[in-house]
Write a protein that binds this ligand. Structure first.
Ligand SMILES: *[C@@H]1O[C@H](CO)[C@@H](O)[C@H](O)[C@H]1NC(C)=O
Ligand SMILES: *[C@@H]1O[C@H](CO)[C@@H](O)[C@H](O)[C@H]1NC(C)=O
Ligand SMILES: *[C@@H]1O[C@H](CO)[C@@H](O)[C@H](O)[C@H]1NC(C)=O
Length: 538
């Protein structure tokens, strides 16, 4: 805290706004002052483009559709989706045909984004986006059997995705369908966790457990669920305090890194942080903005008798995004310290991210990072990029684009947060992958030899190799997010000047890592290399 205030003082004194504060706090940069839309949903694609969209009934955005195009049956000729090119730092407008507002999605194994639902004419749409220089969205009318708005998607071991819930949708379905008549099994857990006045269980936190079941958290509790038999396998205790953590009391959640040893993951842990207390939604609608929750709950979901362990964050947060960093630490970013999710309902933005180091002793896991200058409240987003930066966009606290005379203007800008591991002081420790080349395919359980360089002194015992899935981010939750620490049974060897070789074993199965695209990082003393793309093939 002390270094931080001295830094701030220096900034004020020298009157510069480039990051002048070195060391443990990360840094921010504005990448583009306007991408034309408010990035309400984001997905990183395996060609280092990020597809983003807001909604079609917002009025005119700040970017036109290409070649004078207009949406069919609409006088709105502005774009509501863009593709961001990370390397070139440019955007290209895309055309969504129907309303994608508060929808969901998942990257499929072939690298196509399959996005589902939305509002109004978008309720039952399935849309696909496969990136290329001139590609655009394609839509499948009635691709869903039920209306889905505020649902959660997850990629499955069979290469399909499951789409769970949504407003007044207490059921789930799959895409693609095995047959035109494949039904939507009911899901009573979503009825049980639904407070009818508040609907405090939207965008449930869903994770594929390594035993093949789905772990589903909604409101203040969780189950392990066998979606193929429509059976609850296990019921977890309610989180102590019983406060809601799901939309609109929006907290967030991650599965902590899954460590694979001899073909198994022995310990599976979940971390849920932040949210807003019971009653906060009703209060916020009456102009009273309750303080957000400052607690996280951590639970070993793989235990025979799992119990929540509660921890306290350095500050309370609602609408924070939780992202897994390549080194297995967790970043909590964006959000506010009062109110709830929803238009005009959040207050006191939190500009400082916080990191969480899962393996530290309880009490010394959180570290406050340097702040941004831009509030990122409702409808803000964050995704991990292959170079280790966090792309941050969105914030749309009003039901139209509003740029003036409001507490928190609609944000069209795109920023990057660079965690402290990217600082140049770590360059000598930073691995750089020489082989395999990016876009390599790997097969379940097979050996992968990785050659990398480290220019400075190396500690061969602190090398790990991680795989991170590119997740779909909206409403403070990253769908399909997971990080695997690969098994490396043999020691790392020096094979030349500053050059080393490590043999790792690819994940054993689709339950542990559904087939598809992942970013692979070599991590040395918590400093990750730039990632490469690998594709796990079934
Ligand atoms: C809209 O885009 C233009 C550039 O195309 C930019 O100058 C302007 O600031 C943008 N408006 C907002 C509100 O970001
Ligand atoms: C445009 O409206 C017509 C007439 O209502 C309808 O038949 C058509 O499907 C609409 N097109 C789209 C893309 O929604
Ligand atoms: C570990 O070493 C053994 C013996 O040399 C070799 O057969 C095996 O493939 C190695 N495993 C990995 C993952 O590199």
């Amino acid at each position: 805290m002390k270094t931080f205030s001295i830094c701030l003082f220096l900034v004020v004194l020298i009157l510069v706004h480039v990051p002048v504060c070195p060391a443990a706090g990360g840094s921010w940069s504005v990448l583009l002052p306007s991408i034309g839309i408010s990035a309400m949903h984001m997905q990183l694609l395996p060609n280092d483009r990020v597809v983003m969209y807001d909604r079609t009934d917002f009025g005119t955005s700040n970017i036109s559709l290409p070649n004078g195009k207009c949406r069919p049956n609409s006088t709105d000729c502005s774009a509501h989706s863009v593709e961001y090119d990370v390397g070139a730092n440019t955007v290209r407008p895309l055309m969504v045909l129907t309303n994608v507002w508060c929808s969901s999605g998942t990257l499929m194994p072939d690298g196509t984004l399959i996005q589902t639902g939305g509002w109004d004419d978008g309720y039952r749409r399935v849309r696909s986006y496969k990136s290329c220089r001139t590609c655009d969205w394609k839509e499948i009318p009635n691709g869903l059997s039920k209306q889905r708005w505020y649902a959660t998607n997850h990629l499955l071991p069979d290469g399909r995705q499951i789409i769970i819930g949504g407003r007044q949708a207490f059921n789930y379905e799959f895409y693609p369908k095995k047959s035109a008549t494949e039904n939507s099994p009911s899901f009573p857990f979503l009825v049980q966790t639904n407070d009818p006045n508040v609907e405090n269980n939207l965008y449930p936190f869903v994770f594929l457990n390594p035993d093949g079941n789905l772990f589903v958290f909604a409101n203040n509790r969780a189950i392990l669920f066998d979606y193929s038999k429509n059976q609850v396998v296990k019921t977890y205790p309610t989180m102590p305090g019983g406060q809601p953590r799901s939309y609109p009391s929006t907290g967030s959640a991650v599965l902590l890194p899954l460590r694979i040893k001899r073909g198994k993951v022995d310990v599976v842990e979940l971390l849920v942080c932040g949210g807003a207390p019971k009653g906060a939604f009703v209060n916020a609608n009456n102009g009273k903005f309750d303080g957000a929750l400052d607690t996280c709950g951590r639970i070993k979901i793989s235990d025979a008798n799992p119990q929540w362990v509660m921890e306290t964050m350095p500050m309370a947060r609602v609408m924070g995004d939780m992202l897994l960093l390549p080194n297995g630490h967790v970043l909590i970013i964006n959000g506010a310290s009062a109110g709830v999710a929803g238009w005009e309902l959040g207050r006191n933005p939190i500009l400082s991210p916080v990191t969480y180091t899962p393996d530290n002793q309880i009490g010394s896991r959180f570290e406050v990072q340097n702040p941004s200058t831009k509030p990122r409240v409702y409808h803000s987003t964050a995704v991990l990029l292959r170079d280790g930066r966090i792309l941050v966009g969105g914030s749309n606290p009003h039901d139209k684009y509003v740029f003036t005379n409001v507490l928190y203007p609609t944000e069209l800008s795109l920023e990057a947060f660079s965690p402290s591991y990217l600082e140049s002081s770590s360059n000598a420790l930073r691995p750089s992958i020489i082989s395999p080349k990016t876009k390599t395919s790997i097969r379940y359980g097979k050996r992968v030899a990785i050659t990398f360089t480290v220019s400075g002194p190396v500690d061969l015992n602190s090398i790990t190799v991680t795989l991170v899935s590119p997740s779909f981010n909206t409403h403070s939750f990253s769908m399909n997010q997971r990080l695997l620490v690969l098994d490396s049974p043999n020691s790392t060897k020096a094979v030349g000047k500053s050059t080393y070789k490590i043999g790792v074993v690819a994940p054993p199965s689709g339950n542990i890592a559904p087939a598809g695209n992942y970013m692979l990082f070599v991590v040395h003393k918590d400093i990750p290399s730039p990632g490469i793309w690998v594709r796990i093939q079934r």
